[in-house]
Design a protein around this ligand. Structure first.
Ligand SMILES: [Zn+2]
Length: 118
């Protein structure tokens, strides 16, 4: 099974999607995450009335994500990033340690839109 880390996730999703997914994760939009046998499933509160459903395949040859949202610019949308991030940080101290080592302080990231001057 693929060892999904925050770094891996960031490079898979790309910086802008990763940032948006991180904001989703940090604002508590991930409603549930379950992992079993090489896949992770999650539900994320979107702008719609119903949550989006995300399924992430962790098998090394098939690593990727699917989501029920209309995003089609790439394999990873912000919802998938938020679910993957929740999975990585839940009970994966190793991922958190790697994240600190690489200088990306997960606990101290200020959403970009809060930094914009009025
Ligand atoms: Zn999505």
């Amino acid at each position: 099974m693929t060892d999904l880390t925050i770094e891996r996730l960031a490079s898979l999703a790309g910086e802008s999607i990763f940032d948006r997914g991180q904001q989703y994760f940090r604002s508590g939009r991930v409603l549930s995450v379950t992992a079993d046998n090489g896949s992770v499933r999650g539900r994320v509160k979107g702008s719609d009335q119903y949550p989006y459903r995300v399924e992430i395949d962790l098998r090394p040859q098939r690593l990727g994500a699917r989501c029920t949202c209309p995003f089609n610019m790439g394999p990873w949308c912000k919802h998938a990033v938020a679910v993957a991030m929740s999975y990585c940080l839940d009970g994966s101290k190793k991922a958190a340690a790697q994240s600190r080592a690489s200088g990306r302080p997960l606990g101290a990231v200020i959403p970009r839109d809060l930094m914009v001057a009025p």
